[in-house]
Design a binder for this molecule. Structure first.
Ligand code: 13P
Length: 254
């Protein structure tokens, strides 16, 4: 069980219209209103963010973006900037999700610019990393995770690190119903913490939250959250139904 304050985050990906988001919040907020010992985060699409942040103001749930561009403004058709996110009351952003890396070809350098820009603008990044099935099967998991941590978090000051959470999401476990084993999860999380300790020092590494993502469900969250180096979850499919995400938020250690 983590010594850190758990962070339970929903990544809705490209799901839910504004009215569906409103219905969700109407059901979800009363179900979690008494939860005070963990952070609860919902990441809807950009078009939902402004309204969501308005509804969530003063609640125990935060709105989070799923992506952003690193520049403040300019000729970048289709992009959304950190200033725009801050302006509508958003305080967190998911960066480097494997779908951004693999479908939209975001590379480590691009993601690093986004991470640096997010913290400079007071947005807390949830920085995602994770190996593909090929990389795992060819014994490259540690190498990949280390280089993603190094590359993505390069240039952060020690103070900046306090704003960051890392999400370990093995690509082969995302949306597949295949969860990594508890041994695989603990091993990867310990390695990430070790790498952060080398980059930023042991104190910072001990305080930094590392979330697990990849087919987290109400019936496996307890055993995952029981692991020493797991400090939260980043949840796709099972976060789309308020009752199911509530069970995840309220995980009970098995
Ligand atoms: P699933 O929970 O649907 O596997 O998605 C995980 C994920 O990608 C969260 O960011």
């Amino acid at each position: 069980m983590t010594k850190r304050r758990p962070l339970m985050a929903a990544n809705w990906k490209m799901h839910k219209t504004v009215s569906e988001m409103e219905d969700y919040l109407q059901r979800f907020l009363p179900l979690v209103s008494d939860v005070t010992d963990r952070d609860i985060v919902l990441a809807p699409s950009f078009v939902c963010l402004m309204k969501m942040a308005e509804i969530l103001a003063g609640s125990n749930v935060d709105a989070c973006a799923q992506n952003m561009f690193h520049e403040e403004q300019g000729a970048y058709t289709g992009e959304v900037s950190p200033l725009m996110l801050r302006d509508v009351g958003v305080k967190r952003v998911i960066l480097g999700h494997s779908e951004r890396r693999h479908i939209f070809q975001e590379d480590g350098q691009t993601i690093n610019k986004k991470v640096l820009s997010a913290v400079r603008h007071g947005l807390s990044p949830i920085y995602c990393i994770g190996e593909t099935l090929d990389e795992r099967e060819s014994g490259k998991t540690s190498e990949v995770l280390k280089s993603q941590v190094e590359e993505g978090l390069k240039g952060l000051s020690k103070d900046d690190f306090s704003m960051v959470a890392v999400a370990y999401e093995p690509v082969w476990a995302i949306g597949t119903g295949k969860t990594a084993s508890t041994d695989q999860i603990q091993e990867a999380h310990a390695l990430v913490r070790q790498e952060i300790s080398q980059l930023a020092g042991e104190d910072i590494a001990q305080n930094l939250r590392i979330l697990y993502g990849g087919s987290v469900k109400p019936d496996n969250v307890g055993q995952i959250m029981a692991l020493d180096d797991v400090d939260g979850a980043l949840v796709g499919g099972a976060s789309l139904v308020p009752e199911s995400f509530t069970k995840i938020v309220r995980f009970e250690i098995d």
